[in-house]
Design a protein around this ligand. Structure first.
Ligand code: F6P
Length: 357
């Protein structure tokens, strides 16, 4: 029995003891963690509780909802609306923000979340997650939609839970990024990954490569160079993974280093796929707090001003030097000074030269 383990509550009380509204924020994050335990239990039941398959409803993004999308949204709302800790909440699954019922007091924080990120993976028993962001609301009046449109640099806390073989909560309150593992028997989140630092030397990248023809040239150049490995300008081999669950892909990059990107593309919307307020911003804060960088490709993600609750944004995040390299490729492309790399697979001496076939 480990009697000296650091539980989430102990950690939060310590980290936030001198911050203004720190105790309210700690209490809110404990409520969020209770919701995450309930979601972990629900996701773990799989088909036993009828939690697989799709509903006939679509959310505001026109994505077909899963039973667990709806259930996990309710879990988050009902664990966090009652305690006088939030002024309002917004979620991927709701077109408009959620107003706190009249019988409950309102607090000084806004909670924004994606209750079940990567839910298309649920039917295949692949890791999914919850992502959340906390902002301040220092007004006496109930929040309007405009109050939620704050850039990521105003977040006071951000985190995600990953429901894999173990359930982990990765969290920042602006003093580093820290990981907690759920001890299921005891019911506590225990600090297992203090002060995560994203490795700088890396050979990993994560991207949905099936969209390649829709990417902009700077991303095509970066990926082409990685794929060329030892034979290309990077002079070393890279490794690519795409789980298609942002939490799982980012978690891997956070621990192993490298770049996760869902870039701007010409496929559906030019802004890429991921949502600014409840996917990109919280992940950007976590990655920066772990010593990494997060960008749109053309600027710091945390400085991106939101225009709408469900706005999408291009995302490039991970090891600092790789993110800076991708930003440089965008600058060179915009200035017309880029030098796209032509893979040796298709050059004069290639095995795949037309004449050689
Ligand atoms: O935004 C939801 C999400 O499932 C992310 O978790 C993930 O990174 C992405 O979409 C997967 O997109 P695609 O289906 O294009 O691989």
């Amino acid at each position: 029995m480990h009697t000296r383990r650091t539980t989430l509550s102990k950690f939060l009380i310590e980290q936030l003891k001198n911050s203004p509204d720190g105790q309210a924020l700690a209490a809110l994050l404990v409520d969020v963690s209770a919701a995450i335990k309930a979601i972990s239990a629900a996701a773990g039941k799989g088909a036993l509780e009828g939690n697989v398959g799709s509903l006939e409803t679509v959310n505001v993004q026109e994505e077909v909802q899963k039973p667990l999308d709806v259930l996990t949204n309710q879990i988050m709302l009902h664990h966090c609306d009652w305690g006088g800790l939030v002024a309002g909440m917004a979620s991927e699954e709701m077109e408009k923000p959620y107003d706190i019922p009249n019988e409950y007091a309102r607090g000084c924080h806004l909670l924004i979340f994606d209750p079940l990120d990567g839910s298309s993976n649920i039917d295949f028993n692949v890791a999914v997650g919850t992502i959340f962001s906390v902002l301040k609301h220092n007004k006496d009046t109930p929040p309007t939609e405009a109050d939620y449109l704050q850039p990521g640099n105003r977040q006071v806390a951000a985190g995600y839970a990953i429901y894999g073989p173990a359930t982990l909560l990765v969290l920042t309150v602006g003093q580093g990024t820290h990981g907690f593992t759920l001890d299921r028997e005891v019911g506590n989140f225990v600090l297992t990954h203090p002060n995560l630092r994203i490795p700088e030397e890396t050979d990993q990248f994560a991207i949905n490569a099936s969209n390649e023809r829709f990417w902009e040239p700077p991303i095509q150049r970066y990926v082409e160079e990685c794929r060329a490995g030892k034979t290309g300008p990077r002079e070393r081999d890279f490794n690519m993974r795409w789980i298609a669950s942002m939490v799982a892909d980012v978690h891997r990059i956070l621990l192993r280093g490298g770049v996760f990107t869902y870039p701007r593309d010409s496929k559906s919307s030019k802004s890429g796929r991921l949502r600014l307020l409840y996917e990109a911003s919280p992940m950007a804060m976590l990655v920066e707090q772990a010593g990494g960088a997060a960008s749109t490709g053309r600027g710091r993600l945390l400085d991106e001003p939101p225009q709408a609750l469900h706005q999408r944004v291009p995302v490039v995040l991970g090891s600092k030097s790789e993110v800076e390299r991708i930003e440089r490729y965008h600058r060179e492309f915009d200035a017309g000074t880029d030098k796209p790399f032509v893979s040796p697979l298709f050059n004069e001496r290639s095995l795949f030269r037309k004449e050689a076939r």
